[in-house]
Design a protein around this ligand. Structure first.
Ligand SMILES: Nc1ncnc2c1ncn2[C@@H]1O[C@H](COP(=O)(O)OP(=O)(O)OP(=O)(O)O)[C@@H](O)[C@H]1O
Ligand SMILES: [Mg+2]
Length: 331
């Protein structure tokens, strides 16, 4: 649905400032129906990436393809048309204060030349869908942050886009509004078969609603893939923050395993069933990521030396490679 291919972006220097390489050879694919989280520290290039997806910013090199159309190859006129397939929401909502919620949602339809009755009907329906049926006539100043973001979501969806870009959409919201706006974004993605890109500096946002994740650092992709795969086989220190390594107990022989997804409880159950060993969990972190639970556990396995070795071999092949190394190191 969205393919970025070898995107680089350099902002030219000025007399007082050095040029900035905001993105450096970024390639990325987001399939229809996915919620892709793009996470990274401040200045890592997240907003630049978002703006490049709809070509508000032109990449220095590389191509952007959305819904089968290569945006980077389009004329200005065709590009404006293609942009209607991409909705965007921001941290600061960007609503017009002088307009009611309804008139804000109608605005993009007005600009697209949609007739009055149809505009009103679609805007009303969308505001109802985002839970603001009783706020159609309210102005932004009369709404809470969470309600304003819902208006912005309804406005972004009014032209019936297939892609929704969210740049720090919950960063200005309190925890309760964050939770409900994230849940709404997930529901709308599934209901409307959207492709959603959630840009955030908060790992927690990714853990809660994304099914895929791309980690950016210094304008480069340091990790990318299905959430479960990135958790099991992290390629970067940033990725280990999705499921932290528990604090190792001092002086105990320990193996660390990562369990998750369908086999969440199976690995330990099988271990005890198959081998005559005792297993103690010394430390662990367990996180719900998307709709699956993952755990990183540090275990002490006791029993006859030969049996323990067999049990550790079983653990090594049942859990990811990284743990295999760790297992060998302490076995
Ligand atoms: N228009 C611009 N001109 C010059 N430099 C820019 C411009 N826009 C962004 N940059 C630089 O590019 C880099 C990436 O910026 P970007 O806004 O994409 O980061 P970000 O990950 O969104 O950060 P934050 O989490 O703070 O929003 C930064 O070093 C920034 O200073
Ligand atoms: Mg930003």
């Amino acid at each position: 649905m969205i393919t970025l291919s070898h995107i680089s972006k350099t902002f030219p220097g000025t007399r007082r400032r050095q040029p900035v390489i905001a993105l450096d050879d970024v390639s990325l694919t987001v399939e229809r129906g996915q919620v892709m989280g793009v996470v990274g520290p401040s200045g890592s290039g997240k907003s630049t990436l978002a703006r490049i997806v709809n070509l508000l910013e032109r990449p220095t090199s590389g191509t952007v393809t959305v819904d089968g159309v290569e945006l980077t190859a389009l004329s200005a006129g065709r590009l404006n048309e293609a942009r209607r397939t991409i909705g965007m929401i921001f941290q600061q909502f960007n609503l017009l204060d002088s307009r009611t919620a309804l008139a804000n949602v109608e605005l993009p339809l007005e600009l697209a030349g949609v007739g009055r009755a149809e505009r009103r009907a679609r805007a009303t329906e969308l505001l109802e869908r985002v839970g603001l049926a009783d706020k159609l006539g309210s102005h932004p100043a009369q709404l809470s942050g969470g309600q304003r973001q819902r208006v912005a979501i309804a406005r972004a969806l009014a032209p019936r886009p297939s892609v929704l870009l969210c740049d720090e959409a919950t960063s200005a919201l309190d925890p309760a509004s964050t939770t409900s706006v994230l849940a709404l974004l997930r529901e709308l993605t599934d209901e409307l078969d959207l492709t959603t890109v959630l840009i955030t500096h908060e790992m927690d946002v990714v853990k809660r609603v994304c099914d895929h994740v791309t980690l950016l650092e210094g304008g480069r992709v340091v990790d990318s893939g299905a959430l479960g795969d990135v958790v099991r086989r992290p390629q970067s220190p940033l990725a280990t923050r999705l499921l932290p390594h528990p604090q190792a107990p001092v002086g105990e022989p320990v193996v660390e395993v990562t369990v998750g997804g369908a086999d969440h409880d199976l690995v330990l159950t099988e271990l005890i069933r198959r081998f005559d060993v005792r297993v103690a969990v010394l430390a662990g972190s367990v996180e719900t990521l998307g709709d699956q639970r993952f755990g990183r556990l540090q275990l002490r396995v006791d029993g006859a030396p030969e049996t323990v070795r067999e049990a550790l071999d079983y653990l090594a092949q049942a859990t990811p490679e990284r743990e295999l190394e760790l297992t060998r190191a302490v076995a």
